[in-house]
Design a protein around this ligand. Structure first.
Ligand SMILES: Cc1cc2nc3c(=O)[nH]c(=O)nc-3n(C[C@H](O)[C@H](O)[C@H](O)COP(=O)(O)OP(=O)(O)OC[C@H]3O[C@@H](n4cnc5c(N)ncnc54)[C@H](O)[C@@H]3O)c2cc1C
Length: 461
């Protein structure tokens, strides 16, 4: 039995902890705040309304299905699967896009036929077929990277080079082409580029002009495996996973901010030191924190990385009398720059979470936000009040992610998309999971990084 410390109870740390505890290790999760979920985030208002303040759409739920099955109780009667624990529903439409010139697209969930019809209606004949070219290219990318890099714990630069030596790999990954270059031969309408840029930004591109063509895989994943929500809110996924960690015998200590990762005389990770000075010894340390935090915990300074965009999040309570009926997500696409997003869960129509592109020195005003919504036909002036605001600086302080970036380090090349910080770190006994580690950001990929760590830590038989 190994003594394992997991730093951080975000989705990656919890996923690693649940799997490692299931294998009879002694697992302690040290979490700086007083709750699980990290960037997933939630905020409770008046006991009645709970706002999801971070992630709102689950793609590739198989990552969590596998996690819940593999960490379930051995007793057959135990209701252990993801669907036993949570009410997962496909979202349809996945989201509503509002284009600057006034057209509107309701993106259907996982249906090629309906997708073509919706695109043609919103953006003109041929738009649907053009978008399917991106989806199909994304399918090729996924086929190439899934076995070689995504479902291959420990894979890295060598595997990527090997993949790029094959004709199929080069054709799929088109290493020198940007996503925009890839699509330029297919797209005849500017609206499609706005949509593509939005996917790129959601996948972590700080500048969509440099986003690698391989990000088409994200478009494909959503179309192929669907977009899902959880009744009761996304935060319940973190709560269930936190409970699973406890059920498997691990411990979660809240208010336990790790200040340093200790090293033995041989240089291997040997434990952590908490704020306040308490030392806890371990055989293995799994860092479920951003790479900049990890660098600091190791006593170094973080290498300069650019990061994906940050958002300011406003939780609005909207009076329902004459209020517009909102879909799960509405995206207000902008001509130059990131979109504003509004998230409304079907069961809580008066709780709106609005994400506004922002940096720590540009806190948007409430009236300005209502004005921007009204200008796009969503007029809740006089009906809405702001109940809570989370700025980029608040997010940075809570998670340690530089600038409060929503999607971790920026993705502006094939390398930065596929070769994030390695799960097996150069320091013996140290593993890195989460949005800045491989295979990447987002709820499902961070859960996969937890699986990578558990596989690499598994004792060799
Ligand atoms: C506004 C927003 C919207 C998003 N929307 C989506 C979406 O729709 N779909 C999707 O899939 N993804 C979405 N994401 C991304 C997704 O939420 C993240 O990629 C994922 O939650 C990151 O998880 P993580 O475990 O890597 O890191 P984090 O969630 O950042 O967790 C790190 C944890 O470590 C703790 N910690 C930090 N430092 C220390 C320390 N020194 N000691 C102890 N604990 C520490 C933190 O408190 C935190 O709990 C969104 C993110 C944001 C911010």
């Amino acid at each position: 039995m190994a003594r394992i410390i997991v730093v951080g109870a975000g989705m990656a740390g919890l996923a690693a902890a649940a799997r490692l505890a299931t294998r009879d290790n002694s697992v302690l999760v040290c979490e700086a705040t007083d709750t699980v979920g990290g960037a997933l985030g939630s905020w409770r208002y008046d006991d009645d309304l709970v706002f999801d303040t971070g992630a709102y759409t689950l793609t590739l739920p198989a990552a969590y299905r596998d996690l819940f099955i593999k960490t379930g109780s051995r007793k057959k009667s135990a209701a252990a699967t993801l669907e036993d624990r949570l009410d997962l529903r496909p979202i349809d439409p996945v989201r509503r896009y509002l284009f600057p010139e006034g057209s509107r697209l309701d993106l259907p969930n996982a249906s090629r036929g309906r997708l073509v019809a919706a695109f043609d209606e919103a953006l003109g004949a041929g738009a649907g077929a053009a978008w399917l070219r991106v989806v199909d290219h994304g399918s090729q990318v996924w086929d190439a990277i899934r076995p070689a890099l995504i479902e291959a714990p420990g894979a890295g630069g060598r595997e990527l080079v090997r993949l790029l030596r094959t004709t199929a790999g080069r054709r799929a990954l088109t290493p020198l082409r940007s996503l925009r270059q890839l699509a330029s031969g297919w797209f005849a309408t500017p609206g499609l580029f706005l949509l593509l840029d939005d996917y790129a930004r959601q996948a972590g591109a700080d500048d969509p002009r440099r986003a690698p063509a391989a990000l088409a895989a994200r478009v494909y994943l959503e179309q192929a495996f669907g977009a899902w929500r959880i009744v009761g809110g996304m935060h319940t996924l973190a709560e269930e996973l936190g409970q699973r960690v406890l059920d498997r015998g691990a411990e979660i200590r809240y208010g336990a901010r790790v200040e340093r990762i200790e090293r033995s005389a041989s240089g291997a990770a040997s434990g952590v030191v908490l704020e306040g000075g308490e030392r806890i010894a371990a055989d293995v340390v799994v860092a479920g924190v951003d790479q900049a935090v990890l660098a600091r915990l190791l006593g170094g300074s973080a290498r300069e990385h650019s990061y994906s965009a940050a958002v300011t999040t406003m939780c609005l309570v909207v009076d329902q009398a004459d209020a517009p009926t909102m879909p799960h997500e509405t995206v207000l696409l902008a001509e130059n720059g990131p979109a504003m997003r509004v998230h409304v869960a079907a069961e809580q129509p008066s709780a709106w979470t609005v994400h506004i592109p922002a940096t720590s020195d540009q806190q948007p005003e409430f009236d300005e936000v209502l004005g921007l919504l009204a200008a796009r036909g969503i007029d809740v002036r006089g009906k809405a009040r702001v109940a809570h605001t989370i700025g980029a600086a608040d997010r940075a302080a809570a998670t340690g992610v530089p600038g409060g970036a929503a999607y971790g380090p920026a993705v502006n090349s094939l390398r930065s998309a596929l070769l994030r910080s390695p799960v097996r770190q150069p320091v013996s006994g140290l593993f890195h999971v989460g949005a800045s580690a491989r295979p990447g950001s987002g709820l499902s990929f961070t859960a996969l990084s937890g699986w990578h760590a558990a596989e690499l830590i598994r004792p060799r038989r």
